[in-house]
Ligand binder design. Sequence first.
Ligand code: BEZ
Length: 210
Amino acid sequence: MAIRLGDVAPDFTAETTEGPIHFHEWLGDGWGVLFSHPKDYTPVCTTELGRVAALKGEFEKRGCKVAGLSVDPLEDHRGWAGDIEETQGTALNFPLIADPDRKVSDLYDMIHPNANDTLTVRSVFVIGPDKKVKLTITYPASTGRNFDEILRVIDSLQLTAKHQVATPVDWRSGDDVIIVPALSNEEARQKFPGGWNELKPYLRVVKQPG
Ligand code: BEZ
């Protein structure tokens, strides 16, 4: 069944390039990103894994762990890891889940049979400290993802969780944000004593808190 926002991310155990993981235990109290790859030894996936390895520090700054998944077995992942380091200049530095029996892919609905009945699509799940799914994105196999965008969404999700603000179109960290409609003006005055710019009663713009 498809996983929807607000669902608890399904727990699982799996073999990875960094040893076996129990997913919920591995996530701990922090944020997590789980993303799938159609297949080992494929070009777009190779570039994506190198990019995520290069961005690991950015994920860590946000208290966020990352795990990739591909339906191929661990021996293939290990061989492919050498190619990733050689061609992308960064070694794999996060767990890549081996899922040859498609246990995790099925659990997360990562195989879309009308696109391809054996390979996973490029799924992304961002999971919050409460283990609930905060973001899902699905890309086709032929399009490499933009992991700067994933980081941008994590920044937005973390701001919302902490400060009851939402982020407008094309927002980047540091830009002004929007006070969530659920907050009355009275409540907003407590949270934002410096005030805000009220373009409409439902559109209240404020400096990014924190
Ligand atoms: C790739 O990673 O390059 C790829 C994988 C499956 C289908 C198409 C492209």
